[in-house]
Structure formats: C-alpha cells, structure tokens
Design a protein around this ligand. Structure first.
Ligand code: PA5
Length: 350
C-alpha cells in the first residue's frame, strides 16, 4: 500500500506543493551552473591564505562542511565552518571568508559577514539577494548570485559547486581534474534512478524512505561522510519533519554503540542508517560490520546506503543525492509538503 503511494507519480507531484521534487531533478544542472557562476572571482583573491572559513546557517553551511570532509586529509590549510553570529578569533586579514545565505537575510550570517569585513579578511558572498546582496554591491564584495525562488536547502548544488570552484582556484584541490567530471557523471546517472517516475523496486531513495517510515533515524557513516550524515539529518528534519540524529565513524564506535545496552523502549523506535563506502578503509568498514552486528535486532531497522564512484567527491555526492531524495519521499509518505518551513520562519521573525 505504502509502496503504491510512492509509485503514483501524479499524486507525488500534487502533494509536493512547493516543488522539491523538481528542484532535486535540477541537482546536476545546479552543480554545473554554480561552478560557472563562480568563474572569474579568483581575480579578486590574493591567495596565500591561512585558512578558509565558510560562514552560514542551516543549509547554507552544508557546502562548507562537505568541502571540509572531502579535503580533510588533503587541504594544505584548515577549512572551518562557522555557524553563528561570531567568527572565531583566528579570523583576520589572512583568511578567506565565504559568507553564504540563500535568502541573504539570515541574521547570524549577516553579523558574521560584518565581523569578517571589519577584521579585514578577504570576503566572498554567495546569495540570491536580500541584505547580503545589497551589502556586497555597496562594498564591492565579490558575489556569486544564485537564482531566486528555491528553498535554501534545494540550492545546495549551486552553493557547493561555487565553493568548490573558489577552493580549487586558490589551490586547495589537487585532485580536481580527476574528481569533478567523475562526480558529475555519477550524479547524471543517478538522476533517472532516483526520479519519481522510477518505481520503488528500482529506486534506492524510495526504498530508503519506506524503510525509515515510522522510525527515528540515527545516521552514521565514515568520517568523510560526516557532513552528509548531518545533511540527511537536517533534510529529515526539514523535508520529512521527523526527529533524527547523526554521527560518524570511528567516533561512533566509542559512544553510539552503547545504545545497544539501553532500555528497549528507547531503542525500539530507532532506525540505524549506515553509509557504506566500498572504496573506504578496510579496517574501518570491517568495524562498521561489527557495529551493525552488535545493533542488529536492537533497533527497529538497519538501512544501508552505499556510495557510488571511485573518487571521494563522487562517493560523497552520490550519497547526498540519494539522501536528499529519500527525505522528500519520506515527507510525502507522511502526507506533508517537503518545502514548508513555518517553524523556521517563526523563529527568524523574532
Ligand atoms: O534549509 C533551510 O531553509 C534553512 O536551513 C536555511 O538554510 C537557514 O535558515 C538559513 O537561511 P539562509 O540559507 O537563507 O541563510
């Protein structure tokens, strides 16, 4: 019955009042367009930075987090994500600050932008308008202008690829030539598999959504997927309106595994989502198998999402795409509009 709902394409589109499914169909296009939109900005950048700091809230912080995960072992300088009103003390004129706000009106990010500007750091903004656009124009701050009319979380492909372009142009990504085109190819292939028109039996995202229905998802993956696990958690909050938690391995071996010994009534509503990486470190993957065995039968369900591709970026983005779609399908299974964010707006209006 539930499976049938996900295969009634017209009903899905009718329930999806804010058009999240359409936005997801543009994921590949968004990666290409965001990359183009950041073209030429490096002319404003002096290079030789001590760190890259990405300031943003909610979905507008995720691009920085994904970049940081991807380049964790390879970036010659630290990549730091700042979520809040204030920047860390180390941020000065030798820092490249990328301030990201889809709406351009998020109070915390605008405060951080002002702070960075005052401290003399090199600033780039990524926004679709609002106060951030106005400030960027008035002060001559290089800006990547995003298309209006989307939900902030749906603009991630545009934001992320613009950040990737900037990071590449300042010399942080040595593997760009090998990884970027491969990642685009993987996303292009996934487009059809994950689309609403593809029936559940061939559609990984629909299968994940069905498995998670009625549960509270706990999402874990290897360290390079920490941002993706967090993104899935926040997409489940926003698109599916469900509580969720996330973490990464090996850290989870040292704490989360203890759920196993807890009282049954707390464990029963949980589902465990494990991000699996066929290209990952053997000893880590073996321990994830052991973690899974320990929790088998102790939580209501265990769902595995396997990364596609060889390069780290392909693996990260493939899981991101499956999870984004799964969160939208789950919201639709609950009969909710994935795009609605009334409670976030209520707090912003304060
Ligand atoms: O996904 C969302 O709608 C939120 O998480 C927003 O990204 C967050 O509230 C920040 O808003 P903005 O991206 O406009 O700065």
């Amino acid at each position: 019955m539930m499976e049938a709902v996900l295969d009634e394409t017209e009903k899905l589109y009718a329930l999806d009042k804010g058009g999240m499914l359409r936005s997801l169909s543009l994921f590949y296009q968004g990666l290409r367009e965001g990359f183009e939109a950041a073209e030429g900005l490096e002319a404003h950048l002096t290079g030789d930075y001590r760190a890259l700091v990405v300031a943003g809230m909610g979905s507008s912080a995720i691009g920085g987090q994904i970049l940081g995960d991807w380049l964790l072992e390879d970036s010659p300088i630290p990549i730091h994500v700042s979520r809040g009103y204030h920047l860390p003390k180390f941020v000065d004129e030798r820092i490249l600050l990328i301030a990201v706000s889809y709406s351009g009106n998020t109070e915390e990010t605008l405060t951080a932008l002002e702070e960075g500007f005052r401290r003399g750091c090199q600033v780039v903004t990524i926004t679709s308008g609002g106060v951030m656009e106005r400030l960027s124009v008035e002060r001559g701050i290089p800006m990547v202008k995003l298309l209006r009319g989307m939900q902030p979380r749906a603009s991630l492909p545009w934001q992320l690829s613009a950040i990737i372009k900037l990071a590449w142009r300042i010399g942080l990504i040595q593997s760009m030539e090998d990884e970027w085109e491969e990642a685009l190819g993987v996303i292009d292939t996934l487009r059809n598999e994950l689309a609403p028109e593809t029936p559940t039996r061939f559609n990984r995202a629909k299968k994940v959504a069905l498995a998670l229905k009625g549960t509270i998802p706990f999402i874990f993956g290897p360290r390079i997927f920490e941002g993706i696990a967090y993104r899935f958690r926040t997409q489940l909050n926003e698109n599916s309106k469900v509580p969720a938690s996330s973490g990464s391995f090996p850290e989870g071996f040292h704490n989360a595994v203890m759920i196993r010994e807890g009282v049954e009534e707390l464990r029963r509503p949980l589902s465990l989502v494990l991000i699996r990486d066929p290209e990952g470190e053997g000893r880590l993957e073996r321990k994830i198998d052991a973690f899974k065995s320990l929790l088998e039968g102790r939580v209501s369900r265990i769902v595995e999402i396997t990364a596609s591709g060889r390069g780290k970026l392909s693996r990260i983005l493939s899981v991101l795409y499956v999870c984004d779609y799964a969160s939208v399908y789950l919201g639709l299974l609950y009969g909710l509009d994935p795009s609605s964010t009334d409670s976030i707006k209520a707090l912003k209006e304060l």
